[in-house]
Write a protein that binds this ligand. Structure first.
Ligand code: FAD
Length: 390
């Protein structure tokens, strides 16, 4: 892990020209096209179709999908950058592309066979939203206790069960769905299926009415005797647990990116307001008490970003990244909560209203400590690593 020559080790936040260009185009899109609609989408709890279409048109839904399949042929680091930049403006937009890129596309690229890649990747890159369906009412942190069953019927499987909390489900055309083919084998029966929305026996159920990231849909899935052709098994039968673990290990780096972007957004709003709002005859930004708060917020954002970029770069170089990813998500979600909370305080009374954007970011921040592994589960991962080192 030590660079051959100290000058080879670039600062983590130094981006190459391509990444800088990519980052600034996502930033511009978020500011110009998404920002004007953030409040109304939060209130309605619906993500605008036209913005989703623009996200496809810009290539944000297939960042790592190779060009031969209609994607951008980009990198994991760029996917993290995109999630971060969208979250500055709207963490809901960020999670929509997060699930598509870092969970679904990622799993298909790693475990899909050529036929599956040809069948799904071009659509995922250009027009079809997808979901990652692991959680159930009885299995969240203990994900492998899932009870959705898959019965082998020769050339197809019959799936039965319920999924809960599935992001993008209201709009998705494809679901990466985990079910157990051999409950007696425990987690070694878990298998990943590519389930299309219009498969008989599959239905998207109730949509949750949430505290935050309200424009991102979160739904129940109802699977009643759903017939899934054998060619729609992703990877090997009984290896779904490996797909789940490995995609989530990577995905949580981008959730760290989402939380870093959210914190960055809250800091920017607070800074602008502090310069503008006057009390005691001068801008509140002139008071040292306010400056200290802003300095603390900026430090939290920087630390979160460094953890996230480091984990992303480790993953991209093929180096071990599990602990660093857990730390990045754990810390960034904590930072997002702290920074968004302080931003509400910098705004004073108006910060507590929906007329200003920081109360939404404060609500949105909470999810970072819950999905893709709660903060406690990240601490379990980090502690295991400490113990394994003796
Ligand atoms: C908005 C939203 C979107 C989501 N999107 C998806 C999605 O797209 N796909 C999907 O599959 N899932 C999704 N989820 C589910 C999410 O991943 C789970 O909610 C999460 O893993 C926690 O599971 P749980 O809700 O069952 O909580 P529980 O596992 O019941 O945890 C409750 C509390 O107990 C703690 N706890 C549990 N076990 C331990 C332990 N061993 N040690 C210490 N503390 C522990 C937890 O940290 C938590 O504080 C989403 C959830 C939400 C809210």
């Amino acid at each position: 892990m030590v660079a051959a020559n100290p000058s080879d080790a670039l600062p983590l936040t130094c981006l190459n020209e391509e990444d800088r260009f990519f980052q600034s185009s996502v930033r511009q899109f978020a500011r110009e096209q998404i920002a004007p609609h953030v409040r109304s989408m939060d209130e309605s709890g619906v993500f605008r179709k036209d913005i989703l279409q623009q996200m496809f048109a810009l290539g944000l839904m297939g960042i790592e999908i190779p060009e031969e399949f209609g994607g951008q042929g980009g990198t994991f680091f760029q996917a993290v950058l995109a999630v971060e930049e969208l979250a500055v403006v709207d963490p809901s937009a960020a999670v929509i592309i997060d699930v598509q890129n870092t969970l679904v596309n990622n799993a298909l690229l790693r475990w899909g066979n050529e036929e599956q890649k040809k069948r799904y990747l071009p659509r995922l890159a250009t027009s079809m939203l997808a979901s990652y369906a692991l959680s159930e009412a009885g299995s969240g942190s203990d994900a492998f206790a899932l009870t959705t069953r898959a019965e082998d019927r020769g050339d197809h499987f019959i799936l039965n069960g319920r999924k809960l909390w599935i992001t993008n489900a209201a709009e998705a055309g494809l679901f990466l769905l985990f079910a157990n083919v051999a409950p007696e084998a425990g987690y070694k029966g878990i298998t990943c299926f590519l389930v299309e929305r219009d498969f008989a026996g599959f239905q998207v159920g109730k949509k949750e009415d949430k505290l935050g990231i309200r424009a991102s849909s979160t739904c129940e899935l109802i699977i009643d005797n759903c017939r899934v052709p054998k060619e729609n098994v992703l990877g090997e039968v009984g290896k779904g647990y490996k797909i789940a673990i490995e995609t989530l290990n990577e995905g949580r780096i981008a959730i760290g990116g989402q939380m870093t972007g959210l914190a960055q957004g809250a800091l920017q709003h607070a800074l602008a307001y502090a310069r503008e709002r006057k009390q005691f005859g001068k801008p509140i930004a002139d008071f040292q008490g306010v400056q200290f708060e802003l300095a603390e917020m900026a430090t939290q954002v920087e630390a979160a970003r460094l953890l996230v970029y480091n984990a992303a770069r480790l993953k991209e170089r093929g180096l071990p990244f599990l602990t660093e990813a857990a730390m990045a998500k754990y810390f960034a979600s904590q930072a997002a909560e702290t920074v968004a909370s302080k931003a509400v305080e910098v705004f004073g009374g108006v910060g507590f209203t929906k007329d200003y954007p920081v109360e939404k970011l404060y609500r949105d921040a909470k999810i970072g400590r819950i999905y893709e592994g709660t903060s406690n589960m990240q601490r379990v991962t980090i502690a295991k690593q400490l113990y394994s080192k003796g």
